[in-house]
Design a protein around this ligand. Sequence first.
Ligand code: ZN
Length: 96
Amino acid sequence: MKILLAAAVLALIPTPAHAATLDPVFPRGLPAAPSEDSCYVHRCVWDGRHAGNGKGHSLILTEYRGDFLAKRITHRRAHRLIAAWCARPNVECIGG
Ligand SMILES: [Zn+2]
């Protein structure tokens, strides 16, 4: 019963409306990748479900020695990172 009560109390604590779009590692988000293996900047996100043929994996692409290293992430995380980026003022938002 104690556990249920604690959960009920936590549910009452208000959270900022935009909190769901933030990523703890990249709290201000990352721009969407133009393709599965390139970025306009040194780091970006490929949303494998909402870009390309919709069947690929979601990735964080990081520039390394003239190429881009890909780290697989969940679609949910990719989507949140792009949404957080696009919520920033004065940024170029593609695919968001
Ligand atoms: Zn998506």
